[in-house]
Write a protein that binds this ligand. Structure first.
Ligand code: FES
Length: 612
């Protein structure tokens, strides 16, 4: 029986009161039942809006502007019921774009053959004596056996042939002509590598001819409106009508936006992108393709698919060339996905000598240990703490984020803020630094308890002055309210607990992989820190708080967004793409939830201080 939106009453019985909501700037309108939150209405409308706390009212990131006749008002969408017709302005979602060209030279040396190529052709002109169809003359000029033309290529051909006097460029992938472009465009062949994180989506635009990354762009994964972690997303996908569809719609919407920004930034046309690789954790891969993730949640955590998936961009409605090839790299297990395969590809963990550990710190924490030709992996529900979600003033590493913290002997706080602006919040690397420094200076006890107002007689006065206690608990003031900022930026006791749980889960995972391999931390030759903020994490902070085992700092190396780098390598090199299949097969997955020693190791790892 048909139901009205958001109500359990069958249609046709008493009609619930409905109001019209108009979302700006796209002027999307829909009628929703009275009482539905603006956030839920935005979700129904497919409007881009984020909500990392999943609508609990705690993150403040769903702020929207209500445009009323008598003025405007900023409100939290999740806490605002629709109780009249509303006009809601959605703030422009932040996209950070970085121009860069540092894609591993290694890949260029190994094999730069992406699998798509462009070939310049001079096709003979027809005449009354030579009445041969365009496609036949084109294929004759191409001179390859058993090649088929895509419908798009067939449609473009007559026009392209006549635009530049028979000079065309054919885009080929294996035995298919994907497209035909007028003139010589062989210098312009592009690809897109996408890393779909639970919290952040990163896309890189790559010149497939040169193997060079032209720019990368990142934006929040607006699926977070339905929950911050993969479990919440799986629940939404499986328990809500159209849930799976909504989640896929949101991630595709983010990717489309990133493509548009990257194209504008680089002067590349969207339709010149002919190949795409995507990595993500297993849940993200499922949601990207709208494959039911229901069986990932309960034990034994079975994915719908784990092999490499190949399809065309038009099947997903991406704003690239419609016939662009999309490769979703293979997953390893229910909670170790293609992003981990990307990390292994980028770090060459499977080919390195000795004992090497890679820790990918994100909303989920994935850990890979490679030793003497074998590879083990596990994942921990690290929680979104490291990416700034579920932290009172947590934010992505964007302008205004505190990214580094030092506390001087006099108790003075030295904050490094991205973009040299006023601090707005704190990102993962800053959070790690801050907690490590606060433990070192005695504001946070080893157990994780934060001192409250009036405590800490031995503290430097400048630090003591920052201790605060309110009805919601103890907190530490990082930056007072100012003219440009209504509220003070603080670190709360709850934030410390979030980080503590996340780091203990990661550390317990590391210990379990080492013991599975029959090794100790003394055997480690190298520890690689991957993840969106891997480049920025201070290794001394990570060591001091026991996120990593007490290895010499010289053995720790940050490798940045290795999952994304792996996706880029698989994009420009077909052989590495094929190698990803081998890698996924080779990894032995260790399921932490089935390990009786996990709890013990987790409890051991809760302390926030480690001797180094
Ligand atoms: S405060 Fe509204 S989604 Fe977090």
């Amino acid at each position: 029986m048909a139901k009205m939106l958001g109500t359990d009453k069958p249609a046709g019985m008493e009609k619930p009161v409905q109001y019209q909501v108009t979302f700006l700037p796209d002027k999307i309108q829909l009628a929703v039942p009275a009482g539905m939150s603006v956030l839920a209405a935005a979700a129904e409308a497919g409007v881009e809006l984020e909500g990392p706390c999943g609508g609990k009212g705690t993150c403040g990131k769903c702020r929207v502007k209500l445009v009323e006749q008598d003025g405007e008002e900023w409100v939290r969408a999740c806490q605002t019921p629709v109780n009249r017709d509303l006009v809601v302005e959605i703030p422009q979602a932040e996209v950070s774009v970085q121009r860069k060209s540092d894609l591993s030279r290694r890949a260029v040396l190994v094999d730069l053959a992406s699998g798509v190529e462009k070939v310049k052709l001079k096709v003979a002109s027809p005449s009354l004596e030579h009445q041969v169809a365009d496609a036949d003359r084109f294929l004759e000029a191409l001179g390859r056996e058993n090649v088929k033309l895509s419908l798009e290529a067939l449609r473009a051909l007559p026009g392209a042939l006549r635009q530049a006097d028979g000079l065309v460029s054919a885009v080929l992938c294996e035995d298919e002509v994907l497209a035909v472009e007028a003139g010589d465009t062989t210098e312009r062949l592009y690809g897109l590598a996408v890393d779909i994180g639970t919290t952040t989506v990163v896309a890189a635009l790559v010149d497939l001819g040169q193997g060079e990354t032209l720019a990368t762009a990142s934006a929040s994964n607006t699926q977070n409106i339905f929950g911050a972690d993969v479990i919440a997303r799986i629940e939404h996908a499986t328990q809500k009508t159209k849930g799976l569809e909504q989640l896929q719609h949101r991630v595709l919407q983010v990717i489309r936006k990133l493509v548009t920004r990257l194209a504008a930034e680089t002067g590349v046309k969207e339709e010149e992108i002919y190949q795409i690789t995507a990595v993500g954790n297993t849940t993200m891969s499922h949601l990207f393709l709208a494959v039911d993730p229901a069986n990932l949640a309960p034990s034994p955590f079975i994915p719908g698919f784990s092999r490499l998936v190949r399809l065309k961009a038009k099947e997903l409605g991406l704003n690239t060339a419609p016939q662009a090839q999309v490769y979703v790299l293979p997953n390893i297990a229910g909670y170790v996905g293609a992003d981990t395969v990307g990390v292994i590809l980028a770090t060459e963990l499977d080919r390195k000598e000795g004992v090497n550990l890679a820790v990918d710190i994100g909303t989920n924490g994935e850990i890979v240990l490679a030793a003497h030709g074998k590879i083990w992996s596990c994942s921990t529900a690290a929680g979104p703490a490291f990416e700034g979600a579920q932290i009172e003033f947590g934010m992505r590493a964007a302008t205004g984020a505190i990214e580094k913290v030092k506390i001087t002997e006099d108790g003075l706080l030295q904050l490094q803020v991205i973009g040299d602006s006023e601090p707005k919040g704190i990102c993962g690397s800053g959070l790690l630094d801050l907690v490590a420094e606060l433990v070192r200076s005695g504001v946070i006890e080893e157990s994780g308890r934060m001192l409250g107002a009036g405590e800490g007689d031995a503290l430097a006065p400048a630090l003591r002055a920052r201790l605060s206690t309110t009805g919601s608990g103890n907190s530490f003031v990082l930056a007072e309210a100012s003219a440009g900022r209504k509220e003070a930026v603080v670190l709360t006791q709850k934030d410390v607990r979030e980080l503590q749980l996340a780091k203990a889960a990661m550390r317990a995972g590391i210990e379990i992989l080492l013991s599975t391999a029959g090794l100790g931390y003394q055997d480690l030759d190298q520890v690689l820190l991957a993840g969106a903020f891997g480049n920025y994490v201070d290794k001394y902070s990570a060591l001091a708080m026991g996120l990593l085992p007490p290895v010499p700092a010289a053995k720790i190396q940050s490798v940045g967004n290795a999952a994304g780098a792996g996706a880029q390598l698989a994009l420009i090199s077909r052989s590495l793409r094929e190698h990803s299949i081998e890698v996924a097969r080779q990894v032995v997955h260790v399921e932490l939830s089935s390990r009786s020693d996990f709890q013990e190791k987790f409890v051991d790892a809760l302390s926030l201080q480690q001797e180094i």
